[in-house]
Design a protein around this ligand. Structure first.
Ligand SMILES: [Zn+2]
Length: 156
C-alpha cells in the first residue's frame, strides 16, 4: 500500500500505519473532482481530464465524459460509444512531468475546448511542458496506459 501511495497510483483515507481505506486507484476515485465519468451506467470521478477519455477507450465500453476546460472554465461533455471518442475540436494537454502521477501529471492533464484554448492557457502556464493531443491520440494513450487491466500478462 505504501508503494502504491508513494508512486501516486493509489490514494487513501486514513494513515498508512492504521487501517486506511483506498479511495482512488489508477485514475478512478470516489472523491468528488471536477472530472466525471458515466461508465456503463455508473457515476464515477477521475483524477484528470485524460482519465475520462483514456479509461473508456482502454475498456472499450460506453461512457460519457464530463470535465472543465482549464482555459475558459466551460464544461466539456463527450459521448464515447464503445469508448470511441467523437469527432471534436476538443484536445488534451499531455504534460511531461516526473514524480507521483496523481500529484504531477493529473493536475495539468486537462481537456480543452480547442487548440486555441490550449494556446491561451499555455501563455499563462509557460512552465508546463508537454504536448497537445487529439481525442484519437488520447484514446490510444489510454489503451496503452490501462493495458494491464485488459492484458494481465503484459509487463509494465
Ligand atoms: Zn475552453
Amino acid at each position: 500500500m505504501g508503494q502504491l501511495v508513494a508512486a501516486g497510483v493509489a490514494t487513501i483515507d486514513g494513515e498508512l500505519g492504521g487501517d486506511p481505506a483506498v479511495i482512488g486507484a489508477e485514475g478512478l476515485t470516489v472523491a468528488a473532482t471536477s472530472h466525471r465519468l458515466l461508465l456503463e451506467g455508473k457515476h464515477l470521478h477521475t483524477w484528470c481530464g485524460f482519465d475520462t477519455v483514456g479509461i473508456p477507450a482502454a475498456l472499450a465500453v460506453d461512457a460519457v465524459a464530463a470535465t472543465t476546460c482549464p482555459s475558459c472554465g466551460g464544461e466539456i461533455v463527450l459521448a464515447l460509444p464503445g469508448g470511441q471518442p467523437p469527432a471534436s475540436s476538443v484536445v488534451g494537454w499531455w504534460p511531461q512531468v516526473s514524480g507521483p502521477v496523481n500529484e504531477s501529471f493529473c493536475p495539468v492533464a486537462g481537456l480543452f475546448c480547442s487548440q486555441e484554448h490550449v494556446t491561451t492557457w499555455r501563455a499563462a502556464n509557460l512552465s508546463s511542458r508537454g504536448e497537445a493531443l487529439s481525442l484519437i491520440e488520447l484514446a490510444e494513450r489510454g489503451r496503452s496506459t490501462w493495458s494491464l487491466f485488459t492484458e494481465p500478462g503484459d509487463t509494465p
